[in-house]
Design a protein around this ligand. Structure first.
Ligand code: NAP
Length: 284
């Protein structure tokens, strides 16, 4: 990976669910742009170690060989694990500038029988976990010295960035996945409410809404040519995305290039949110 920019040089980031998929790509991209990253995972220690190796190699390649990246195990569906994760990361880094709430899961069952235990687990990981991580990051952002983000004496705030990994299902219903739909719908107001509450403190809160991305979450169809073709036929741009294409949007929102953007969800979805059925007129 050769990055053209060093927009995150000197920043410290925690990315939840970074052992695989979109989270891993975010960790790699942030490292390429100069950040030091904490790679959170829940159960896949081996994958997290692979990500760490890859991130270290990328940092070295980009001239940031001294970055002390780390792995931190925590199930973000468990409040006590989140508290321990922040303790670990803040003790190791001494500061945090960027939180990415990326960890996410889904399960499929018709809504009339969707198990309560599944509902509670999906909400705990995707939404409550994002809130609890945001709270811990906010407390740190609000209590650290001013000028921490490198804006210098010109700002009276320490600043900070929170990014949420949402989904096109923030606004498009996903029948059979009621807990996932609710979690991503909730993420919109998590993003917007925190953005408004802390805008005057120099803290920006935004989200990225991916469409269909080539990750393990889509293992059911991504490696089956027929099923993949069927899925991609519904995407206006005609293809699933690579995780790196999501990471690029996260890097932009994390950087000072997005210094005047808060409370927004950027849908990186190949046009999925454009009501593709209306491409050819059928309504008038
Ligand atoms: P993925 O390939 O399945 O990877 C999920 C990641 O989340 C893994 O690193 C996993 O860690 C971690 N994770 C799962 N449960 C966790 C928990 N309780 N605590 C901490 N980490 C946990 O998924 P992905 O496709 O990259 O998805 C990442 C995010 O993008 C999710 O929020 C998802 O909703 C969103 N998204 C994905 C797509 C898509 O098409 N892929 C589309 C829209 C939105 P372990 O390896 O330890 O299990």
């Amino acid at each position: 990976m050769t990055s053209q920019c060093r927009r995150l040089d000197g920043r410290f980031a925690l990315i939840t669910g970074a052992s695989r998929g979109i989270g891993r790509a975010i960790a790699e991209r942030f490292a390429a742009e100069g950040a030091t990253v904490a790679i959170n995972y829940a159960g896949s220690q081996g994958a997290a170690e692979e990500t760490l190796k890859s991130v270290q190699a990328i940092s070295a390649e980009e001239g940031f060989a001294d970055r002390k990246h780390r792995i931190v195990q925590a199930d973000v569906g468990k409040p006590e694990a989140i508290a321990a994760m922040f303790k670990d990361v803040l003790a190791a880094f001494g500061r945090l500038d960027i939180l990415v709430n990326n960890a996410g899961i889904q399960t499929e069952t018709p809504s009339e029988t969707y198990p309560l235990a599944d509902y509670e687990r999906v909400i705990a990981v995707n939404l409550t976990g994002a809130l609890l991580c945001s709270q811990a990051a906010l407390r740190h952002f609000l209590n650290r010295p001013t000028g921490s983000l490198g804006y210098g004496a010109a700002t009276k705030h320490s600043g900070g960035v929170i990014l949420n990994c949402s989904s096109v299902h923030e606004i498009i219903p996903k029948p059979g996945y009621i807990a996932y739909s609710i979690s991503k719908g909730g993420m919109e107001n998590l993003t917007r409410t925190l953005a408004l509450e802390y805008a005057d403190k120099g803290i920006r809160v935004n989200a990225v809404g991916p469409g269909a991305v080539d990750t393990d979450m889509n293992a059911r169809w991504i490696n089956d040519p027929k099923m993949r073709h069927d899925v991609e036929s519904h995407i206006p741009m005609g293809r699933a995305a690579g995780a790196q294409e999501m990471a690029a949007v996260f890097a932009f929102l994390a950087s000072d290039d997005a210094s005047y953007i808060t409370g927004q969800t950027i849908f990186a979805c190949g046009g999925l949110t454009l009501f593709g059925d209306f491409k050819k007129n059928w309504s008038s």
